[in-house]
Design a protein. Structure first.
Length: 191
């Protein structure tokens, strides 16, 4: 029977995993970062290259990036779909050459990616990702409304007041009482 690791053992393993992950990421021909909504890739190339020398092929499910006539830096299926029409790439000068900067707009805005392509040999442990704080303004209308309602209901409960759903039932009962004054509601219970 195996026992759970102690907090210090878990911390040591997490540190080792982060070190190994950093080493693996350093071996890749590109650097990449992500938010829950998008993914950005940077590839350093020679300063004499121009846009017409670069090959970037983005579809919903595949990404290929390279220099014409050379082996691609990235060539494989994406782990999840993107919005190609909202994704972009640029060639930007840097102090040491140029960078191909690629911005991928994730189709699923609730999905962390473990790697840039599904066939990449190095994977991030997505369970260790700390989610970024979201702002209400970043949410779509329906989600924002739901979150605001949950926040309102939570505040109401903390103050011992009815939630929006309970208030709706109370309002309906009051309306019913007014339209039926002949009925006795003294023993009415809300449930």
């Amino acid at each position: 029977m195996s026992s759970s690791p102690t907090p210090s053992e878990r911390e040591k393993k997490d540190k080792e995993d982060r070190t190994r992950e950093a080493e693996e990421q350093a071996k890749l021909p590109y650097k990449w970062t992500q938010t829950i909504q998008d993914l950005d890739i940077t590839i350093s190339v020679a300063s004499n290259l121009r846009g017409k020398d670069i090959v970037v092929d983005m579809t919903k499910t595949k990404l290929k990036v390279g220099v014409k006539g050379q082996e691609a830096f990235i060539d494989g299926p994406l782990p999840y779909e993107i919005h190609p029409s909202e994704s972009t790439w640029t060639l930007e000068p840097t102090s040491s050459g140029k960078d191909i900067s690629i911005h991928l707009d994730k189709a699923n805005k609730q999905q962390w990616w473990a790697s840039v392509t599904a066939n990449a040999p190095y994977f991030l442990d997505t369970s260790k990702i700390q989610p970024e704080n979201s702002k209400l303004g970043d949410l779509d209308g329906e989600t924002r409304g739901m979150v605001e309602k949950m926040m309102y209901d939570q505040r109401q409960k903390e103050m011992g007041k009815p939630t929006s759903e309970e208030q709706g039932k109370l309002d309906m009962l009051e309306k019913f009482k007014k339209s039926h004054p002949e009925m006795d509601f003294s023993n009415a219970k809300m449930g």
